[in-house]
Design a protein around this ligand. Structure first.
Ligand code: SAH
Ligand code: SF4
Ligand code: F3S
Length: 504
């Protein structure tokens, strides 16, 4: 029996160097039984899948196509990069169209709307499958962690071939192989996991910026939120694994990383050798080539002075903090189990604005949590007025089965919630437009992300504070940081002019 190391299918000897070009599935003998250990087992199944895909290519006289559609947050976007990486290795050609040989939806269930969207899309897919009976339809992600959803799919959506959840996404190749081999409906959902499988392929959406998971799951159990149930307990990745990934990305041309976790401020607390999020940030700052560091999300209850100090002295950590408020009423915050009061939030925001001049503070707010009165809502408006958020995502409370809030009495009637939501939105938008003008006339670094969608003589990029800037330029600027004179604020974005040589 060979050792795991000998069997690792990389051309280079560095097991962490998983870029798509270094993977050599040819070194795997698929006539052997599947190895037990991960990730070797998944590479074995990628090789098996690839054999079948090659056969299908010959039969159909064309490449097999795959489409990955993502719903939900940055975590899901990151997971989709993993799915795409595996599909590339297997030999699928990627397509934006859902008229594909394989379509997978990476689902979200944070609000009811997110679920409804998926069911709506499934109807469309079933029609496409009638035209291409060999089409494979897969569903994964947060929604699949809900037993009711899987029951419904089993009963009424028999045309779905593959269902898996958030904890076993690393098994994608193995599960897809079962479908390719002819099983009609493969379902594999894990209730939870303490496992983190590293070193699987991933395909990045952008060449110059990339999300990096630093932790998975959530332990906070805010009473409205389904995430802890569908993403499991909080698990931090080891700092050395994170740094290895960031170094690899930097070598590959990435200049901006976004460190991802549901509550990055509690990063590292449960590791065998605990470290703080601020310490991790300092390490990431040292990685040569990384110019910008972002992170999300920060829970106000865990935001430390150490983090503020690290942000303050850093030239790489972007001056942007996403700090979800959820409600401005201490009474509602208590019922939400957020573990801070209105006064504590205000004091924290005050301290941040004082200590880090120019910091952009953005937030999430929920309207219509059970029992929310007009007085409670006024408290929320009061916090919005006092903190003056640079921008805010506003949500109508959505009842999630199984969460404590779903069983609370006094669910607020729809018409009242809609009225509050509209009032909040008006205030939030007025303030963010005012806040956006703060840097008008200044010259600031912009990371260019794309050619402008509407006018190809312009490019679009982001300021460190996350605002968008459009300015004349060509696509050779994409992925570069350039100094841009911010000539005119147009509400939520800027028009500008490039002001000096491209920084290398
Ligand atoms: N971990 C992050 C948030 C993740 S979910 C944090 O704690 O801030 C993203 C946002 O969705 C939340 O901040 C919240 O505002 C919103 N949200 C979560 N559950 C919701 C629900 N049941 N109804 C409405 N909005 C919800
Ligand atoms: Fe949900 Fe709260 Fe966890 Fe954020 S911190 S994911 S809102 S439970
Ligand atoms: Fe949605 Fe899951 Fe993210 S429920 S918001 S995709 S963690």
């Amino acid at each position: 029996m060979s050792t795991a190391e000998e069997r690792t299918p990389f051309k280079s000897k560095d097991v962490n160097a998983v870029d798509l070009h270094s993977i050599d599935l040819d070194s795997i003998d698929t006539t052997n039984p599947a190895p037990e250990e991960e990730p070797a087992r998944q590479y074995y199944f990628m090789a098996k899948c690839r054999e079948i895909i090659k056969e299908r290519e010959l039969e159909d006289g064309r490449r097999q196509t795959a489409n990955v559609t993502t719903f939900g947050c940055q975590m899901n976007a990151k997971d989709s990069e993993k799915l795409r990486g595996i599909l590339d290795v297997i030999g699928y050609e990627r397509t934006e169209s859902e008229e594909a040989d394989f379509v997978i939806y990476n689902t979200c269930t944070v609000r009811e709307n997110a679920n409804l969207k998926v069911y709506g899309h499934l109807g469309y897919l079933s029609n496409l499958k009638k035209k291409n009976p060999r089409m494979i339809i897969g569903l994964c992600g947060c929604m699949m962690q809900e037993p009711d959803v899987v029951e419904k799919l089993k009963k009424s959506y028999r045309f779905v071939n593959l269902i898996f959840g958030t904890h076993n996404i690393f098994k994608f190749a193995e599960l897809l192989y079962q479908v390719l081999e002819g099983q009609r409906m493969v379902i594999d959902i894990w209730q939870d996991t303490d496992k983190i499988v590293e070193d699987l392929p991933a395909d990045r959406t952008y060449s110059f910026k990339c999300g990096v998971n630093i932790m998975y799951g959530c332990n906070n159990f805010c009473t409205y939120c389904i995430v802890p149930y569908v993403r499991g307990r909080e698990r931090s990745r080891r700092p050395e694994d994170i740094l290895c990934e960031v170094e690899r990305l930097a070598k590959d041309g990435v200049i901006e990383v976004m460190l991802l976790g549901q509550n990055v401020n509690s990063y590292g607390k449960t590791l065998d050798e605990p470290i703080s999020f601020a310490e991790l940030l300092k390490m990431v700052e040292q990685v040569p080539g990384i110019e910008r560091i972002r992170f999300m999300t920060s829970h106000p209850k865990d935001l430390s002075d150490e983090l503020i100090a690290v942000m303050k002295q850093s030239s790489k950590i972007c001056c942007h903090l996403h700090l979800p408020l959820q409600s401005g009423s201490s009474r509602i915050l208590k019922k939400m189990n957020r573990r801070y009061t209105k006064e504590q939030y205000l004091a924290l925001a005050d301290k941040l604005r004082r200590e880090i001049p120019g910091l952009s503070i953005t937030t999430d707010i929920i309207v219509g949590f059970p029992g929310e009165t007009e007085e409670d809502f006024q408290e929320t408006l009061d916090v919005v007025q006092k903190v003056r958020f640079d921008s805010a995502f506003t949500f109508i409370y959505s009842k999630r089965t199984g969460t404590p809030a779903a069983a609370m009495e006094d669910q607020v009637p729809d018409d009242i919630v809609k009225d509050r939501f509209n009032r909040l939105l008006t205030l939030v938008q007025t303030i963010s437009q005012e806040m956006a003008t703060r840097v008008e006339g200044q010259t600031l670094p912009v990371l260019v992300e794309s050619v402008n969608d509407h006018d190809d003589s312009l490019v679009t990029g982001r300021l460190a504070n996350n605002l968008l800037v459009h300015f004349p330029g060509g696509k050779d600027l994409i992925g570069k940081i350039v100094d841009v004179h911010l000539t005119e604020c147009k509400g939520f974005y800027y028009m500008g002019e490039i002001s000096c040589e491209v920084m290398e």
